[in-house]
Design a protein around this ligand. Structure first.
Ligand code: NDP
Length: 247
């Protein structure tokens, strides 16, 4: 797989899965820009690590919820790098609660950060990608979007919404050679899942046929495949990367 000269943007690239995807895209020769919400130091470190691989890197402080920021970030990338070839919509949060206890704020925050953000960035990327005669969009959902999860109705709704959005986007832009696919990770070791207690983790491992958590690089490798021309006839697809959990 060769991504030399491709310009990529990963939202939420300062930590966890987004950081791994950004690093892996760079391993295959791509220039990579990342966004983050709060972790400026971590984002700067990711930029340094990527530049050491001999490609270009940039970071943007940009709340993914803000549509005008998405336009600004993508406009800036086009100005500096001339094109956007790959967009990875990865930024996401959890605000878990049972439905009867869930506040309107918890609902709105998760739907806006996880789902509206994908509309913002995918819409902003569409025109530059059309001008570029193609592109690849990769949206990070979750197995929870396929199966639902008690205590995560807001998160599951956002992640299921991503799948519906991606399939619609894939249909609207297929004739323009813009592909859009979803990765649905299972349980992956990151700061997001560090919060889970031992008994929850044990239950997750039990439900996972492969009997272990996934590593961020195991998601990143699939993202590289979907970003590259190796997946040139795949669009509107949902790829579970979950050790068999949601099978
Ligand atoms: P982390 O919490 O480790 O990292 C989240 C990233 O998203 C950070 O870079 C964070 O930036 C960024 N982010 C959060 N809110 C915003 C915002 N409003 N605007 C811009 N950036 C934001 O999460 P993971 O790496 O675990 O998760 C990444 C994606 O993968 C998420 O969409 C998550 O739902 C999904 N996923 C994760 C699974 C897992 O097991 N870990 C399983 C299934 C799906 P900052 O550092 O500035 O806060």
């Amino acid at each position: 797989m060769d991504l030399k000269g491709k310009n990529c943007l990963v939202t939420g690239g300062s930590r966890g899965i987004g950081k791994a995807i950004a690093g892996r895209l760079a391993d295959f020769g791509a220039n990579v820009a990342i966004t983050y919400a709060r972790s400026a130091d971590a984002a700067n470190e990711v930029v340094d690590q990527i530049e050491k691989k001999g490609v270009k890197a940039r970071s943007f402080q940009a709340d993914a919820v803000k549509a005008d920021k998405a336009e600004e970030v993508i406009g800036d990338i086009i100005e500096q790098w001339n094109s956007l070839d790959v967009l990875v919509n990865n930024a996401g949060i959890t605000r878990d609660n049972l439905i009867l206890r869930m506040t309107e704020e918890q609902w709105d925050e998760v739907i806006n950060t996880n789902l509206k953000s994908i509309f913002n960035y995918s819409k902003a990327a569409a025109k530059p990608m059309m001008r570029n005669r193609g592109g690849s969009i990769i949206n990070i959902s979750s197995v929870v979007g396929l199966s639902g999860n008690a205590g995560q109705s807001n998160y599951a709704a956002s992640k299921a919404g991503i799948i519906g959005f991606t399939k619609s986007y894939a249909k609207e832009f297929a004739s323009r050679n813009i592909r859009a696919n979803v990765i649905a990770p299972g349980y992956i070791k990151t700061e997001m899942t560090d919060k889970l207690n031992e008994s929850v983790l044990e239950a997750i491992n039990k439900e996972t046929p492969m009997g272990r958590a996934g590593e961020t690089n195991e998601i990143a490798d699939v993202a590289v495949f979907l970003a590259s021309d190796m997946s040139s006839y795949i669009t509107g697809e949902v790829v579970r990367v979950d050790g068999g959990m949601a099978m």
